[in-house]
Design a binder for this molecule. Structure first.
Ligand code: ADP
Length: 187
């Protein structure tokens, strides 16, 4: 019975991992196919605020803080945009556990921005140019225990680009990482 139990648990975990992988690949294909997302006005401070409330990052050990400029509006597919916020937040929980996650929404150079700054270990110079590539996992992340497949940032990038935006990362190793998604302002 113990062997059976262990095997069943392993099978269940593996099937959950496969489901995540298939769903991630489907999302990536959908947004890379060039089909325009269905868009509606999204007021970013309210939207990001709600997405962060739902994530309850403090309950997951992060020190979450926010500086959300009111009224910055974009046209976006809300589900997709939520996935960008989720993927960035989940990464910070995984790679910067216990660190601060400072979220901001602002407007600069005629564009809207959603930014996450964490105070974790940051991203090495070797990894930084590659982290948005599909299946790329940073050197420290390759150990399967963090459970990713290297698609989270590729998905975030495909979603932001499908909205005519750009996403960028910067990091000083040892001093945390910053991710910024830039989106066109709603007319
Ligand atoms: P995954 O999390 O499955 O490895 P992602 O595409 O989400 O895939 O991330 C790619 C890589 O970027 C990760 O493997 C990790 O090395 C690095 N990374 C992402 N977010 C952070 C972060 N907040 N701090 C440090 N490294 C990060």
């Amino acid at each position: 019975p113990e062997t059976l139990q262990t095997s069943l648990v392993a099978m269940q975990q593996e099937s959950a991992r496969m489901t995540r992988l298939v769903n991630d690949l489907l999302t990536l294909t959908r947004f890379e196919s060039g089909k325009a997302p269905s868009r509606q006005p999204v007021v970013l401070d309210q939207f990001v605020g709600r997405a962060l409330d739902e994530l309850s990052l403090r309950d997951k050990g992060a020190l979450e803080s926010r500086d959300l400029q009111p009224g910055v509006t974009v046209r976006a597919d809300p589900e997709a945009l939520k996935q960008v916020v989720n993927n960035l937040a989940q990464n910070a929980l995984k790679y910067a556990p216990g660190a601060e996650q400072h979220w901001s929404v602002f407007q600069a150079d005629g564009r809207a921005a959603i930014r996450l700054q964490d105070t974790g270990p940051g991203i090495s110079r070797q990894d930084l140019p590659h982290i948005f590539e599909r299946f790329y996992r940073g050197e420290k992340a390759r150990d399967r225990s963090t459970g990713g497949s290297g698609l989270g940032l590729a998905i975030a990038k495909s979603i932001v680009e499908a909205h005519q935006g750009t996403i960028e990362a910067s990091s000083e190793p040892g001093q945390g990482a910053t991710f910024t998604a830039w989106l066109p302002l709603a007319a």
